[in-house]
Design a protein around this ligand. Structure first.
Ligand SMILES: *[C@@H]1O[C@H](CO)[C@@H](O)[C@H](O)[C@H]1NC(C)=O
Ligand SMILES: *[C@@H]1O[C@H](CO)[C@@H](O)[C@H](O)[C@H]1NC(C)=O
Ligand SMILES: *[C@@H]1O[C@H](CO)[C@@H](O)[C@H](O)[C@H]1NC(C)=O
Length: 426
């Protein structure tokens, strides 16, 4: 998997099962030599890589380690994250409360590796202890904080990469926001599938990773309803990629299809059909009313490619921009899909690289919301409500929503734009 870095020089790759990183160092007389960097142990695979936009330093999140390398792959610093004694069944995690389950030496798989540019720090989350995170100094990977005393500090212990993604939305001169989407592995009562968290400038702040909004009636999170698990017992949402563009935050997911009527399928995970989706939220929507999603995939010679493997947002070069009829300042989304819809866990080798323009994606989302607003179709969010809510005309829908405020406030047909970005003078 190789994606072009954007013009900013920043690059983020999801590296599934990758254990060697190599750069072409010299090419002379037809001979190519490579500089390479290997993890300490072959089985401690690299999970994530991010390149600093200005320093060019590489940060790698691996099993049990976070590494900082220079652009020529010289190791500069290494930070240990595992293995540690743990048991997935310990909830709350044993660092908070003693646990009667047998503890075994457990690998810490890197789940999230994001540079918080506004505060010069690296957010690294792992799979140990129900998924705790560390904030590390970018310079030397010195640990600034490892919040672990509140429920909000556990993000999910799933130890598979490609299941969780995060997006940092900075706020000028204010605390930032972290959007997180994660697989929950049947623990839908504990972990939201998607949420937005506070990312205070002060690493010691007691509000670190708190939900942006959390009240009895409305919160900055969505949980998978138990009804959905009753319908499709292996239901989960896997977050492959995420990014911010314009006034929105997007995630690319893979999830099992849920039946449209309430016929229980209950089948094993091998029988499930998976579908990839793009999820969109307004950056400033603390109530998650703007949640909307669309299926994504591509077709070539009548063959469908619908299992998302990786994605990357970038600006197009001049030739690509011209062929897509967009400008070189517009965002494009490069995606790799595997063939079919069934083999999520062992995707077939047959794959396709597809390019989407964000303009196109936003236009499709707008169409969907507008047709819903006019009372046609539905938002295809049946996983969220057990069965999907039919779209109704906006006026009656508003009334309807008010009476159901306690139960299902997530699907709102009329949210098609975000409020104008607030301008602050610093
Ligand atoms: C690699 O980069 C580092 C820092 O940029 C530099 O100090 C070092 O000499 C370089 N090593 C090689 C082999 O080029
Ligand atoms: C993830 O957990 C499973 C069992 O829970 C284990 O078999 C597997 O080795 C773990 N993966 C890693 C990379 O440690
Ligand atoms: C190219 O885009 C412009 C505006 O963005 C539009 O008016 C025009 O019809 C498009 N051309 C093609 C061939 O799609």
């Amino acid at each position: 998997m190789n994606f072009p870095a954007g013009p900013t020089g920043g690059a983020v790759l999801a590296m599934l099962g990758c254990w060697v990183l190599a750069v072409t160092a010299t090419v002379c007389q037809g001979q190519t030599t490579f500089t390479s960097f290997h993890p300490e142990r072959r089985e401690w695979a690299f999970n994530h890589l991010t390149v600093h936009q200005t320093t060019g330093a590489l940060y790698i999140g691996a099993v049990n380690r976070v590494y900082k390398l220079s652009g020529n792959l010289t190791l500069m610093v290494s930070h240990d994250t595992g293995p540690e004694d743990d048991n997935k069944a310990c909830y709350p995690p044993l660092i908070v409360q003693p646990c009667s389950e047998p503890l075994t030496s457990t690998n810490n798989v890197n789940k999230l590796l994001l540079i918080d540019y506004s505060q010069n720090r690296l957010l690294a989350c792992g799979s140990l202890y129900q998924g705790v995170c560390k904030l590390l100094r970018l310079d030397d990977l010195f640990i600034l904080v490892e919040p672990s005393h509140k429920k909000e500090h556990y993000l999910s212990s799933v130890n598979q990469t490609g299941t969780m993604y995060g997006v940092i939305v900075p706020s000028h001169g204010q605390d930032g926001t972290l959007f997180i989407g994660t697989a929950v592995d049947g623990k839908q009562d504990y972990f939201p599938t998607i949420s937005s968290r506070k990312l205070p400038r002060d690493p010691e702040s007691s509000a670190m990773l708190d939900y942006e909004l959390h009240t009895d009636f409305v919160s900055s999170l969505i949980k998978i309803p138990s009804d959905t698990l009753a319908l499709v017992s292996h239901f989960d949402i896997y977050y492959v990629y995420g990014f911010a563009s314009g006034s929105f935050v997007y995630f690319l997911t893979v999830q099992p299809e849920t039946p449209e009527n309430s016929m229980s399928s209950g089948g094993s995970s091998n029988d499930l059909f998976y579908t990839s989706r793009i999820v969109r939220l307004c950056k400033d929507d603390h109530k998650f009313h703007s949640y909307v999603s669309l299926p994504v995939g591509c077709v070539r010679n009548g063959v469908e490619y619908r299992l998302l493997q990786a994605a990357y947002l970038a600006k197009p070069g001049r030739v690509l921009a011209a062929s897509l009829n967009i400008s070189t300042t517009d965002d494009v989304l490069f995606t790799v899909f595997s063939k079919g819809q069934k083999q999520y866990h062992q995707p077939p080798d047959d794959s396709a690289l597809c390019v989407f323009t964000m303009k196109d994606i936003n236009a499709r989302i707008k169409e969907r919301l507008q047709s819903c607003y006019q009372g046609e179709g539905n938002l295809e969010l049946n996983w969220l409500l057990g069965k999907d809510v039919q779209c109704t005309k906006a006026v009656s829908y508003r009334v309807n929503t008010r009476t159901h405020a306690r139960t299902h406030t997530h699907t709102h047909c009329w949210v098609s734009t975000c409020s104008a970005p607030k301008r602050r003078v610093e």
